[in-house]
Design a protein around this ligand. Structure first.
Ligand code: SAM
Ligand code: ZN
Length: 266
């Protein structure tokens, strides 16, 4: 990693409680109580309630088959000793799986709540090759050409910054919604339903290597899980009270999930 202030190399202190840079000013950054590396000036990203809802939904395993497809895609291109970044990692569901199966993994997210939830779990599980830090994906505290791979899952894609930190020959995995992702959820709420369009921020300059589609039918059981899934979607904020009521009458929600995994090479 590099210092977000002066870009000199960053090292962990012996007691693992802080990180310091080798620049003239020896900038020092502390780990939070939850165990993520906290850099100043980063705020925003997901709220605590959004983070809690995503964690409670994802740990039930509803997205596990699609998550498995993401990890397999990474394994196909990246060796076990790789250095890998999860940019916009949220509360670390995919980050944790990647760290178990690939190499040294760092998750960056703007949200201190997301990094806090992710780091707490990593500590509880004793994961030593996994680190979380607050940072914007548009300004990563990472040296030029230093990582083997970067995954970007349902979070903003910053092509220029990702290209800067990737080694030559490194891989970028951009994961977004396929055209039928959450179709059943949309049909339960709205009268007129459209397919999802392509992500608008897909990389344009990196070499496109492969597109992998992972599509599954899931049944979401009970109001708590249905509400948690709904709150993870952009529809949550744009749906009227009367349309929300339709969802509240369901015991089970059957829906497609569809991830598009686009692989790029630097
Ligand atoms: C929809 S969530 C996806 C989280 C995780 N990748 C997943 O799929 O479960 C988007 C995440 O991106 C984060 N985020 C949004 N803008 C960001 C930025 N500019 N830099 C870093 N993280 C950002 C949010 O805080 C949130 O955790
Ligand atoms: Zn510095």
């Amino acid at each position: 990693m590099r210092c977000p202030v002066c870009t000199s190399s960053l090292y962990m202190s012996g007691d693992q409680k802080s990180a310091f840079c080798t620049g003239e000013r020896r900038h020092c950054f502390d780990f939070s109580r939850d165990g993520y590396l906290s850099f100043p000036g980063n705020s925003g990203g997901d709220s605590k309630s959004a983070v809690d809802a995503r964690r409670s939904f994802l740990i039930k395993g509803y997205y596990a088959p699609a998550a498995e497809a993401v990890v397999r895609a990474v394994e196909k291109y990246v060796g076990r000793d790789a250095a890998i970044i999860d940019a916009g990692c949220g509360e670390g569901y995919y980050t944790s799986m990647i760290s178990e199966r690939v190499g040294m993994t760092i998750g960056f997210d703007l949200s201190k709540f997301a990094c806090g939830a992710a780091a707490k779990l990593a500590r509880r599980e004793g994961k030593e090759n996994l680190l979380y830090s607050t940072a914007s994906v548009f300004e990563l505290p990472v040296k030029d050409a230093s990582v083997d791979a970067l995954v970007n899952i349902f979070a903003p894609c910053a092509e220029e910054e990702y290209t800067r930190v990737l080694k030559n020959g490194g891989y970028l995995f951009v994961v977004g919604a396929g055209k039928d992702h959450l179709m059943g959820l949309k049909q339960a709420i709205y009268d007129d339903v459209y397919e999802n369009g392509e992500r608008a921020d897909l990389p344009e300059k990196l070499v496109h290597v492969e597109r992998i589609n992972s599509r599954h039918e899931i049944a979401v059981e009970g109001q708590d899980d249905i509400e948690a899934l709904f709150s993870m979607t952009p529809y949550y904020w744009r749906t009227s009270e009367s349309d929300r009521e339709r969802l509240k009458s369901l015991e089970t929600l059957e829906t497609e999930i569809e991830f598009e995994i686009n692989v790029y090479k630097k």
